[in-house]
Design a protein around this ligand. Structure first.
Ligand code: PEP
Ligand code: MN
Length: 341
């Protein structure tokens, strides 16, 4: 931690700060700058909170130098984590495309969409069976029967599947049918669910909460890694824009995360855009920013979808998007050995 003292900080105030640091079992080392005097704090800084020092007289500001997360960081593991799910590699050079409906609605719907997305180049099939809806009156998902339909469609079209678990009960069921377990934006800070998911033998797709910072998703992922699950995929799915109910895809944080973590970072332009016409531009931007994959909602008849129809691409739009994405990938040379993604 580093503490910057105010210009008018008295000798007594400075000594009080140093005493406090020592009382907490750390060492204080004064650093004299051109404008201010600072104190570098060394030793076991875990218990020291910058806020505790910022309220002391004579202190201008205090901040941590060491990060509160460890296992997710590139310092801990410099090489990128590649997660194998069947034949699909997430975090390798080739971005992975996850596609399918927001919700599993029935056998015909699931089979048809699975066939279409596979035909157009998707690698992993998605579909929610347990849906976290804002309204209790909205479609809540088909539950276990939906999981069976998703698994059946994945098997028929030879694609691994991903679906969301909302709590411990659905986690148990999802584990039986899904290759990847999704923990959604609303549950990103559900630490008891994270602790349970840390013990499973399946990869976790962790989505960033709409109001959470990059550091907070890394700390949530730290729960998974620290608890024993090393196979974690991070997903940027849009954050709240101030003053509106709309979201923005946070490309800054995609890059910020890629600089700090070895875990694969993917983007979900469907939920970030929240509108069908925004999905493709945001998907292209995310691919250009170097994500390891995309999650795209696709529906045969978006107007009739039981959830998120307004942001679903029709199969032909998904096909066009795949063509565009492949052009970007080719142009930027993400497949070549000279660039690491
Ligand atoms: C979803 O993927 O359908 C979903 C509900 O995601 P999020 O948690 O990002 O809202
Ligand atoms: Mn959705």
């Amino acid at each position: 931690m580093f503490i910057v003292l105010k210009k008018n900080c008295s000798e007594r105030e400075r000594q009080a700060v140093e005493r406090r640091i020592e009382e907490m079992g750390c060492n204080a080392k004064p650093v004299v700058g051109v404008r201010n005097v600072g104190i570098a704090v060394t030793g076991n800084e875990e218990a020291l909170k910058p806020e505790l020092f910022e309220i002391m007289p004579g202190v201008l500001t205090a901040f941590r130098i060491t990060k509160p997360y460890r296992r997710v960081s590139k310092d801990y593991k410099p090489e990128n984590t590649v997660i194998n799910v069947g034949d699909v590699k997430i975090g390798g050079r080739k971005p992975v495309i996850i596609a399918g409906p927001c919700s599993v609605e029935g056998k015909g719907q699931m089979m048809e969409i699975a066939g279409k997305v596979k035909e157009h180049g998707a690698h992993i099939l998605r579909g929610g069976a347990y849906k976290p809806r804002s309204s209790p009156y909205s479609f809540q998902g088909l539950g276990e029967s939906g999981l069976k339909l998703l698994a059946e469609a994945g098997e028929k079209y030879d694609m691994p599947v991903v679906t969301e678990a909302l709590d411990s009960d659905s986690l148990g069921k999802v584990l039986r049918y899904s290759d990847i377990v999704q923990i959604g934006a609303r549950n990103m800070k559900n630490y008891s669910l994270l602790k349970e998911a840390a013990k499973i033998d399946k990869p976790v797709l962790l989505k960033r909460g709409m109001g959470s910072t990059g550091e907070e998703i890394l700390l949530s992922a730290e729960y998974l890694l620290d608890g024993g699950n090393q196979r974690v995929i991070l997903c940027e799915r849009g954050i709240k824009k101030t003053g509106t109910s709309k979201l923005v895809l946070d490309v800054n944080t995609i890059s910020w995360l890629k600089d700090r973590t070895h875990l694969p970072v993917i983007a979900d332009p469907s939920h970030a855009g929240g509108k069908r016409n925004l999905v493709s531009p945001l998907a292209r931007a995310a691919i250009a920013a170097g994500v390891s994959g995309l999650m795209i909602e696709v529906h045969r008849k978006p107007m009739e979808a039981l959830s998120d129809g307004y942001q679903a691409l029709e199969p032909f739009e998904f096909k066009n998007l795949m063509t565009e994405i492949n052009k970007i990938i080719e142009t930027l040379g993400f497949y070549s050995d000279s660039r690491e993604f």
